[in-house]
Design a binder for this molecule. Sequence first.
Ligand code: GLN
Length: 187
Amino acid sequence: MKRVGVLALQGDFDAHRVALEAAGASAFDARSLEDIESADAFVLPGGESTVMGSLLVRFGLMEALVSRIKAGVPVFGTCAGLILLAKTIEGREQPGIRLLDIEVKRNAYGRQVDSFRAPIHTRIPGAESLEAVFIRAPKICSTGPGVEILAEHAGDPILVRQGNILAGTFHPELVEGAAIHRYFIGM
Ligand code: GLN
């Protein structure tokens, strides 16, 4: 993996760039069609999935992003980024990439004041015990047969992988260590 393009239309893309660099990757803010066409991998940050999805369409980036991910370019979506990747969003239509075979419920833990930190365990070697930050996080309600569950919290999947697509409902860019970013770079 050479250069990771962090989608920088909205949300906490800065923190991802820092985490990717801490994990040994080279990262840049991806905003243009040229950025989307040239990145070797993508990170889709947390933020507002409705805003990011609309901006991807408005700036004419959605189709290129979808086709590069379909072609196997690795992508890591966190929180709103996971919602963008999800095939189905419970009770709602919004612009999305829709390549990850999961159904999600947005804001499933409640409002901003209900955001929380929790210790989690993952099946990723070197990242077995972590702290996770959930900010108006979505819940994964169901996963398709090709989706591997890499971590759960209170019985719900919170980190999943389907081939070149990695996605989490929490914010690994906000904790020290960049352990999950390291795993992603290995993809
Ligand atoms: N609630 C946001 C959404 O639905 C996601 C929150 C986040 O990315 N921290 O897009």
